[in-house]
Write a protein that binds this ligand. Structure first.
Ligand code: CU
Length: 181
């Protein structure tokens, strides 16, 4: 039944997660062990307000206030439309919570990539950005029209590009530069 129709989507998520782990593994393990900056090494913390897929983890999306004194870091509002990303061009380095609202009429997602490349210069494979060639630091699952997702990331100072990677949306203009400083 619909078990089979859901499978490709789940595989896609697994593939992306694998790419993340791979990127983290060969990315920046220069000095120090991983896990120095929190308990979720390569796994992005994504809290979606949409219905969770059953069969995954059964944890309720409660707030993960992990004992820190300072709070959840800087909150940054992001608006996704058809087809643009409206958000500040710079944020403070450190813990950041992106509050991503889909103000468009179709589904979108939100992906943060650490790169010095220009927003319109990312490698593309077909109708999508080739994420496996890039250092993805945060991504949400697909956000339906009208919904908001929170995505938490710990950003090192540097240059980033934010995109939506629903097929065709990057080329349509859903890309913008972000600096953490
Ligand atoms: Cu999009």
């Amino acid at each position: 039944m619909n078990t089979t129709s859901r499978l490709p989507r789940l595989l896609g998520v697994v593939a992306l997660a694998g790419a993340l782990v791979f990127a983290a593994a060969c990315g920046d393990n220069g000095d120090g062990e991983d896990g120095a900056d929190g308990e979720n090494g390569g796994a992005p913390t994504v809290t979606t307000t949409t219905t969770p897929p059953n069969g995954g983890d059964t944890a309720t999306p409660t707030e993960t206030a992990d004992g820190g004194a300072g709070g959840g870091g800087e909150a940054v509002a992001v608006s996704l439309t058809d087809f643009a990303i409206d958000m500040p061009g710079s944020v403070s380095a450190g813990d950041t919570t992106f509050e991503v609202t889909n103000d468009g009429g179709t589904e979108h997602d939100f992906i943060v990539i650490a790169t010095d490349m220009a927003p319109d210069a990312l490698p593309v494979d077909g109708a999508q950005v080739a994420l496996d060639e890039l250092d993805v630091v945060e991504e949400t699952t697909s956000i339906p029209s009208g919904e908001t997702s929170e995505a938490e990331a710990s950003l090192d100072a540097g240059a980033y590009v934010v995109i939506c990677n629903v097929a065709g949306h990057y080329e349509l203009g859903m890309r913008t530069a972000l600096t953490a400083e």
